[in-house]
Design a binder for this molecule. Structure first.
Ligand code: NAD
Ligand code: TYD
Length: 353
């Protein structure tokens, strides 16, 4: 079968990346999909066990911060497109150790931009560099309003500042060198394969073990939740149909205060674990707030819906039930990723709260 195009996906062993790789490998047998991932604590090849032997898929272990290695990889594979997801992604870790976020998220992104520029040599027909980013670059909202593509950047954590910086650099390469880029900024994702340092998988894992559920501050912080497979679908649509140089916001129109989504999760878990109603809620423990905690995120995704026809597929209760079931059915996955250094992270993160 003739290869139609070769796409480099970075960070494909992580949470969102693994769902995207599966979608691309299954949907486009004529594409060659190369997954580049450093396999940090957040990257896990178990996430892709079902497609690891597919003919149109190759995994490469490597680091986006290594510029020589990235240049060689471009020479070897002659990529037509890049979908860039590799990043340090957890806000709490960025507060504890900002430097790894600066190096991976900013320097790593520039290495990829340089390699694309160098290898495409101003011949941009059929080429595309897609940068996957977050709504956290926009900062925080009050009680009302939504982030649009025109909202000014106002990042407030080392994580969001490093992602904002990488977004700016991607756009700068478009304006300065004509690199054919597209950017998307998405809200909080949830679903299978998310590392249990983020709110929902952490709480599912703690409920399993009857451990306290550490709610930061007053619990009234608001996030706009999106089913991870809907994000992967949106990336597919934007990669193929997005206008070069443009930005697309992706979100589920699905705002929840943390405490409300936690209550819903607790009730779903009681049901699935056949525990008396209310027992998981008893684990809720209010703890010291995250420094600089953004109060509210909410996305206006109407540009993506109107121009490219993407809409989210799942309602929260259904998505959360599927998510909780997945983690309960994949207890081995949870045990594997929470062995070793996870315990050290957990103790450092929650001991003084
Ligand atoms: P994740 O932490 O689950 O996965 C990140 C992946 O990148 C891991 O597989 C890791 O091994 C890899 N990686 C890290 N450093 C690397 C390096 N130096 N070289 C190569 N690979 C490296 O993250 P995620 O939640 O899947 O997020 C993926 C992308 O989507 C990130 O860019 C993130 O900013 C963005 N995003 C995430 C969310 C969310 O809710 N999770 C929302 C919007 C945008
Ligand atoms: P998180 O999953 O870390 O995503 P983000 O900070 O990128 O939005 O956190 C989601 C929300 O849950 C956020 O308001 C912080 C809060 N939170 C807790 O209350 N307790 C926790 O242990 C964690 C990890 C998060």
């Amino acid at each position: 079968m003739a290869v139609q195009q070769t796409i480099l996906v970075t960070g494909g062993a992580g949470f969102i990346g693994s769902h995207l790789i599966r979608l691309l490998v299954n949907k486009y047998p004529n594409y060659k999909i190369v997954n580049l991932d450093a396999l940090t604590y957040a990257g896990n090849l178990e996430n892709l066990a079902d497609i690891e032997n597919a003919d149109n898929y190759t995994f490469v272990k490597g680091d986006i911060t290594d510029s020589d290695f990235i240049q060689e990889l471009f020479t070897l594979h002659q990529f037509d497109g890049v979908i860039h997801l590799a990043a340090e992604s957890h806000v709490d870790r960025s507060i504890a150790n900002p430097m790894s976020f600066i190096v991976t998220n900013i320097v790593g992104t520039v290495n990829l931009l340089n390699a694309a520029r160098h290898h495409w040599k101003d011949q941009y027909e059929g080429k595309r560099f897609y940068h996957v980013s977050t709504d956290e670059v926009y900062g925080t909202l009050g009680e009302t309003g939504l982030f649009t593509e025109e909202t000014s950047y106002d990042p407030r954590s080392p994580y969001s500042a490093s992602k904002a910086s990488s977004d700016h650099l991607v756009r700068a390469y478009h304006h300065t060198y004509g690199l054919p880029v597209v950017v998307s900024n998405c809200s909080n994702n949830y679903g299978p394969n998310q590392f249990p340092e983020k709110l929902l998988p952490l709480f599912i894992n703690n409920i399993r073990h009857n451990k306290p559920l550490p709610v930061y501050g007053d619990g009234k912080y608001t996030r706009d939740w999106l089913w991870v497979k809907d994000h992967a679908e949106a990336i597919d649509v934007i990669y193929h149909k997005g206008k070069l140089g443009d930005t697309y916001n992706i979100g589920g129109h699905n705002e929840w205060k943390n405490i409300d989504i936690i209550h819903l999760l607790c009730d779903i878990m009681d049901n699935l674990l056949e525990r008396p109603k209310g027992s998981s809620r008893e684990l809720i423990t209010y703890v010291k707030d995250r420094p600089g905690h953004d109060r509210r995120y909410a996305i206006d995704a109407s540009k993506l819906q109107d121009e490219l026809g993407w809409v989210p597929s799942l309602q929260m209760e259904e998505g959360l039930t599927k998510t909780a079931k997945w983690y309960l059915d994949h207890a081995n996955w949870l045990e594997n990723v929470t062995s070793g250094t996870y315990q050290k992270y957990y103790d450092a993160q929650y001991v003084d709260r």
